[in-house]
Design a protein around this ligand. Structure first.
Ligand code: SF4
Ligand code: SF4
Length: 77
């Protein structure tokens, strides 16, 4: 399975919980505000992400998801 780690910047309240729990130190808080006026988390080191989904579980605003990217190809067999 191929998957992608996605942060919905406009759902994020910049609480920093995901930054703290990531075992790979992938995430940081951005220096620019989102549409709600919060400083959102972003993938500072996306190449280090192991798609463990701890950050998705931790986020109180469900702003982070792991999206399967190869589903269409698998369906075609
Ligand atoms: S999925 Fe895991 S490794 Fe990737 S950013 Fe989230 S906590 Fe870090
Ligand atoms: S845990 Fe969720 S709301 Fe908090 S900084 Fe991370 S993405 Fe944003």
């Amino acid at each position: 399975m191929t998957a992608k780690h996605v942060i919905d910047v406009d759902r994020c309240k910049g609480c920093g919980l995901c930054v703290a729990v990531c075992p790979k130190n992938v995430l940081e808080i951005a220096g620019k505000v989102n549409s709600k006026g919060y400083f959102p988390a972003y993938q500072a080191r996306p190449e280090d992400c192991v798609l463990c989904a701890i950050c998705c579980t931790m986020c109180p605003d469900v702003a982070i998801t792991i999206v399967e990217t190869a589903r269409a190809e698998e369906a075609q067999g």
